[in-house]
Design a protein around this ligand. Structure first.
Ligand code: PLP
Length: 353
């Protein structure tokens, strides 16, 4: 209990507001065609729900491997390289159950995704923290120094990073991989939103058995409600995860729905281009308004700086726009929504400023 004190439970309020820009979801829901396909997929498994699901999620892992191959051609991934769980949060938990635990250490570079330290502590792993630069990047030399100082069993690198939106160049990941004595997890929850020319860490997988790349269907895939996260890694990593997973962790319905979503991947990911354009417009607008806005390879933007960010956050909420009070103390994070939602955000923010 003492070890967990000070780690608040995941605190994003689920408020009923007209404009919810606080949890980095895709504002465009599945199309009518996909909703129909999901219904059919669920109906097909319904008749067999008296039986336990495929505990290895084989067909889904094959589909996800094929999808990752289109994302990063040449990665050469098969189902043996892919593992799936209930959201990437559960993926992270399974990684820490397998490679962390009492007497072991995980290192992160803050500000970053708040669940990494929380799940670390929940699995009785020790959390150690290094810092990002002023521009929210990670200096490779500083990263290597932190790795050498702490000798962590697990390193978390998030790219694009939440809440800053910044992506890491492969050189930083390679430097950490070369120095790290244990596993290196690159959390790529927002990979599909990355800008042209920003490579995925999937390119580094061949020949790197200590690298794990995590992904999710909660963001670009617009399937946060499905709870489906996955990872790509050396098959030996997946063998280790098999030791800690619950025997039937992914329901048959989840597997069927996720497979339908992957089959309609092109349709779902079509919204990514719209959101990237909206994001770039938002960054440009914030800067024109004289505010600071971090570069973003994700579907959200960290902006500031405000001596009293609570006043801005509350002012937006009073106008029906919920964003997130997260990251360094003078900054706020806004998720990219539809053009109408972004217009509401801009109008409200201008009024407050
Ligand atoms: N990783 C990062 C960096 C995130 O921002 C999030 C969610 O916000 C997750 C992982 C967890 O996503 P999920 O459990 O929905 O897959």
């Amino acid at each position: 209990r003492d070890d967990l004190r000070g780690t608040e439970p995941y605190g994003a309020p689920q408020l009923d507001v007209p404009v919810a820009l606080n949890t980095n979801e895709n504002p465009y829901g599945p199309s009518e065609r996909l909703v129909k396909a999901i219904g059919e997929a669920a109906a097909e498994v319904a008749a067999g729900l008296n039986r336990y699901p495929d505990r290895d999620a084989t067909a889904l892992r094959e589909d996800l491997a094929a999808f990752l191959d289109t994302d990063t051609p040449g990665a050469g991934l098969t189902a043996a390289n892919v593992w799936a769980a209930n959201g990437s949060n559960e993926i992270i938990q399974q990684i820490l159950q397998a490679f962390g635990g009492p007497g072991r250490t995980a290192l992160g570079f803050e500000p970053s995704y708040s669940m990494h330290p929380i799940i670390t502590r929940v699995t009785a792993t020790t959390w150690v923290n290094a810092h990002r630069d002023a521009d929210f990047g990670i200096d490779p030399e500083a990263a290597v120094a932190a790795v050498e100082r702490h000798r962590p069993d697990v390193v978390f690198l998030t790219s694009p990073n939440n809440p800053t939106g910044t992506a890491l160049p492969p050189q930083v990941i390679e430097a950490v991989l070369a120095a790290a004595p244990g596993m290196v997890v690159v959390d790529e929850a927002y990979a599909e939103f990355r800008r042209e020319g920003t490579p995925s860490a999937l390119t580094l997988l061949p020949g790197n058995p200590r690298l794990i790349v995590t992904r999710t269907m909660s963001k670009a895939f617009a399937m946060a409600g499905t709870r489906l996260g996955y990872l790509a890694a050396d098959p030996a990593v997946i063998d280790a995860l098999l030791l800690v997973r619950l025997p039937y962790h992914l329901s048959a319905v989840t597997q069927a729905v996720a497979r339908a979503a992957v089959a309609h991947g092109d349709e779902l990911l079509a919204t990514v281009d719209l959101l990237r354009r909206e994001r770039d417009d938002l960054v440009a607008w914030l800067r024109r308004e004289g505010l600071a806005a971090a570069d973003s390879d994700a579907n959200f933007v960290l902006f500031g700086t405000f001596p009293d960010r609570r006043r801005i956050w509350q002012g937006l909420l009073d106008r029906g726009v919920l964003i997130r009070e997260v990251g360094p103390p003078e900054w706020l994070r806004v998720t990219v929504g539809t053009p109408d939602e972004m217009a509401a955000f801009r109008t409200a923010l201008k009024e407050i400023l």
